[in-house]
Design a protein around this ligand. Structure first.
Ligand code: ZN
Length: 71
């Protein structure tokens, strides 16, 4: 028996912490900066869930529920 079911579990917590950190960082960034993908100005306003409106170029578009870019 060379393969153990729990052998990959060793890396689980490490990946989890790193991923959590990245997600938290991304969320914080996206909460504060709402950059318009069309004119690239921080003038986005969330009209409703998934709907964004740019005050500068007057563009209304659908995006992710809480931030304009879902990437
Ligand atoms: Zn714009």
């Amino acid at each position: 028996m060379t393969k153990k079911v729990g052998s990959t579990g060793r890396y689980g917590p490490r990946y989890g912490t790193k991923t959590k950190k990245i997600i938290k960082k991304m969320e914080e960034k996206q909460k504060t900066r709402k950059t318009c993908p069309y004119c690239e100005r921080d003038a986005l306003k969330r009209v409703s869930a998934g709907i964004w409106y740019c005050k500068k170029c007057k563009t209304k578009f659908a995006g992710a529920a809480y931030f304009p870019k879902s990437e």
